[in-house]
Design a protein around this ligand. Structure first.
Ligand code: NAD
Length: 450
């Protein structure tokens, strides 16, 4: 579809979606170069560093990490880019505070373990940074999420969770279809995080060594993420699944989550993996993991849609986020890469290959920027989160995913833990917007800018 048709359709067909004309978004004069810093250049942060260094409109001024090995990788990447070497801050867990005191930054990217995000987001806001891009999950407890929201409000600053799946090409094509009414009125949505993480949760202490170590002896996410599986039971990683869904049904923008209920299966996957690969006498074979292998969460929305999310990271399985978008006219499912739309699909009650639909409704953001996505992680979608953050800074506009989105999506973790703790009771979903969900308008991906 042509860009002008998309813009017209976005404004006409999706009555609830306010169209923001391109020229308004770009009314403010863009700053030529934005000064950025990064906290955490591990597996994820190095990808963000690469993307930031590849942009002519960004200067990466400073980097902080506590691990010398990964800092060496960061320095190699910076050298290769031919750009000025960022100042490196390291030494202890709070070196990032020194970095923020010494540098006046336009924006910051945080890619550290989950338990650091709240403190680093709020610390960045307190240091005067107006654009904070945090990797997914912005807090551990429900109160953490409120604290981040209150801090962003107090500082009148932007906190964008860098939820890249919102920008996946098929996910965006489906967003385009939703807004053009292809599925009719949406009724039910599904998604989740279904990813065999056993060799992420365990390794032999380095990038190349397989093993069953975690914690002090683990490398990268095995160093910290596995502890969450020991101590917590809930949907620990909801944002990849719920982010796209929230955009489809305008959560916090005319709609909101009202209640949530989670169920957890028994757990076998992590223990079996340790025994299989480390032997039953390995000390980790004695660890009691709290996280159920499959955690299922249902969420109710004020406008009547239901959502089903699944967190499934401990068992052998191919990767799938398990999307299903179902309305009064038909549905899309990503597992079988299929679509069915009544009266339009070739045969009644039979799946149709989704490809031709996804191509036809390819989102204008992808049409415009696909060349730039080449080489960016996760099939190119990582380009868009950094692009959106940087362009928002340059144009002094709110980020397209904001602190209310971040808090709402990420708070599913503590809420699902609470529900399971209470014997799978339904718990109330807090309204982080304080009632403003009724007045806020959709802003995500209404143009082909960012
Ligand atoms: N969106 C995605 O597709 C995606 C993919 C992978 C990871 N992530 C997220 O990115 C974040 C980081 O994950 P990762 O895989 O890079 O983990 P990682 O363990 O490889 O990297 C984390 C880095 O943070 C550093 N760090 C820890 N504490 C610090 C502190 N106090 N000060 C400075 N640096 C500190 C570590 O030394 C490490 O280099 C997590 O939130 C994770 O969920 C997102």
């Amino acid at each position: 579809m042509l860009r002008k048709d998309f813009i017209r359709n976005a404004s006409l067909a999706a009555a609830s979606v306010a169209f923001v004309p391109t020229k308004d978004l770009f009314a403010a004069k863009a700053d030529a170069k934005v000064k950025m810093g990064i906290i955490g250049v591990g597996a994820r942060g190095l990808g963000h560093l690469n993307l930031l260094l590849s942009r002519e409109d960004v200067e990466v001024v400073c980097i902080c990490d506590i691990d010398s090995k990964t800092l060496n990788s960061a320095k190699r990447i910076a050298t290769k880019s031919g750009k000025k070497m960022p100042e490196i801050f390291t030494g202890d867990n709070y070196s990032w505070k020194t970095m923020l005191d010494k540098n006046k930054l336009d924006g910051i990217v945080i890619a550290t373990p989950w338990e650091w995000h709240k403190e680093m987001i709020i610390g960045s806001l307190d240091a005067g940074i107006k654009y904070v891009g945090s990797e997914v999950i912005i807090g551990i407890s429900l109160e953490d999420h409120w604290e981040v929201v209150r801090a962003a409000e107090k500082h009148k600053a932007n906190v964008m969770m860098l939820e890249n799946v919102c920008y996946r090409r098929d996910v965006m094509a489906v967003l385009n279809m939703v807004r053009q009414g292809v599925f009719g009125e949406l009724i039910h949505l599904q998604g989740g995080y279904q990813h065999d993480l056993r060799d992420v949760k365990f390794n032999g202490g380095s990038e190349v060594e397989k093993g069953v170590e975690f914690g002090e002896k683990g490398y990268s996410e095995a160093h910290w993420r596995t502890e969450h599986s020991v101590h917590r039971n809930g949907d620990l990683y909801p944002t990849h699944g719920v982010g796209p869904i929230a955009n489809y049904i305008n959560i916090n923008r005319g709609n909101r989550f009202t209640s949530l209920c989670s169920f957890s299966s028994k757990n076998r996957g992590l223990h079996n993996y340790i025994v299989k690969n480390g032997g039953e006498n390995h000390p980790n074979a004695k660890v009691n993991f709290k996280l159920g292998d499959v955690v299922t969460t249902s969420i109710n929305c004020v406008n009547g849609e239901t959502i089903l999310l699944q967190h499934d990271t401990n068992l052998p399985r191919p990767y799938s986020l398990g999307f299903r978008v179902q309305g009064t006219e038909g549905l899309w499912m990503d597992v079988n890469k299929s679509i069915y739309i009544q009266d339009k699909s070739a045969k009644p009650d039979q799946w149709e290959d989704a490809k031709q639909w996804l191509d036809k409704y390819d989102h204008p953001l992808w049409q415009r920027w696909s060349k730039e996505t080449a080489g960016a992680g996760h099939g190119g979608m990582d380009f868009f989160v950094i692009h959106a953050l940087v362009e928002s800074i340059k144009h002094k506009t709110p980020t397209p995913l904001d602190v209310y989105d971040a808090a709402t999506w990420s708070a599913i973790s503590p809420l699902s833990e609470k529900s399971i703790d209470l014997g799978c009771q339904t718990v109330e979903f807090p309204d982080f917007t304080g009632g403003n969900w009724m007045y806020r308008k959709p802003v995500f991906a209404l143009t082909d800018n960012y």
